[in-house]
Design a protein around this ligand. Sequence first.
Ligand SMILES: [Zn+2]
Length: 476
Amino acid sequence: MPSALPLSAALLSLLTASPKAPAPAAVTGPSPQVAERLIGAALTEGHAWARLAELTDGIGSRLSGSEGAEAAVQWAKRSFEADGVKVWLEPVKVPRWVRGEESARVLGSERFRAHPLSILALGGSVSTPAGGLTAEVIEVRSLDEVVALGDKVKGKIVLFNHAMREAMEYGKYAGLRTRGTSVAAKAGAVGVLVRSLATASLRSPHTGAVRYDEGVERIPAAAVSVEDAELLHRLLAGGPVKVELKLGCQTLPDADSFNVVAEVKGREKPQEVVLLGAHLDSWDVGTGAHDDGAGVAMVMEAARLIGKLKPAPRRTVRVVLFANEENGLRGGRAYAEAHAAELANHVAALEMDSGGFRPVGVVLRAGPGGAELVRSWLRPLEALGAGSILQGEAGGADLSPLLPARVPFVGVRVDISRYFDVHHSEADTLDKVDPKDLAQSTAAVAWVGYVLAEVPEVLPRPEAPPTEAPKAPAAP
Ligand SMILES: [Zn+2]
């Protein structure tokens, strides 16, 4: 728990300063006093950090169907109640995958001695045969390369290597992890190792979901540390390399879980909803501090602060802590289904799921004129360095089922440059989250949530996506 965070006099004066130019006539809602209350409290009270400590140090990892996930649901419900925010649980059936004992090693040869490999089974992977499987490794750098290699892949363990260096490259290589296993299996591979999608490594592997295609044999798949992918690459340059892989993971029957839904009722248009979301589940390694404990802490704190405003904002602010974002997206789908009748009244949705870093700006997915409208509300975020509209589209895995209903999306973008240092790994723990950064993003989320619920105008709705509802996009 950090001590109260200092709010500089300069920042306070910026928050409360009246705009130099007259505000656009239509915008009458957000007042500097409310900005000071919401942003000032988020920056100085340290609640978001305290919440995150309870969730990560108190409960720990929260993979769908686990005891930790259930404990997190009950904790979130109690916390909203303690804050005086109305809360309820909405049922979601979630997949239940459990990691077993796992290991991998390079077998010794006349060229080198045996090496242990640092691995994590990919979420959803099948197990190896009880005694493990041993096969030669074949290294590739793309899905196309697997196809081009044809018969050479048969009976091998495919190593998906890549050159991810920066956070922005995650999307470029994530398909190797999600789709590579089925591509390799189609070509006759017996197992897969994927170089961890990471921007830093102390030999810690980073897991993530594997997606098996229908009708293709399910073969075991694991993430290997960056260092061990490099080792394999060097050894392969000298000739054949054999690896023994043992995975004891298994998929159990679906489990009962919940989306946690809380709301502050609107004073004038309670049927119109501004959704603030994050996902409560995490991977089973680390404690999901950045992914997505930080997002959970931000939106919970936004609800607490907005809930204290008198009068309440014009519209309803609804916080949804989604179940099962990481390995199924069942929470996002269940929400869209259960609330289908009111999605036309969802005037905006925002999901925080990129870590607890400092805010850098706002992104949108709205119809024409949306950016102009939002820009006029962002002045109080300038002191945080988040007062402008950035290139790129707002979104969120759990929000993707809302796309066909043309719900406008808004995002508070954070500085993700260090996110993939720890993402989906044992290193995603509370100490990696800077309390000041978390407080600043919380302030931005509280403010954006408030103005969306308060100003008379609503965002123009975007076009529906060209295809129908997307399946599961690569989860951030
Ligand atoms: Zn996440």
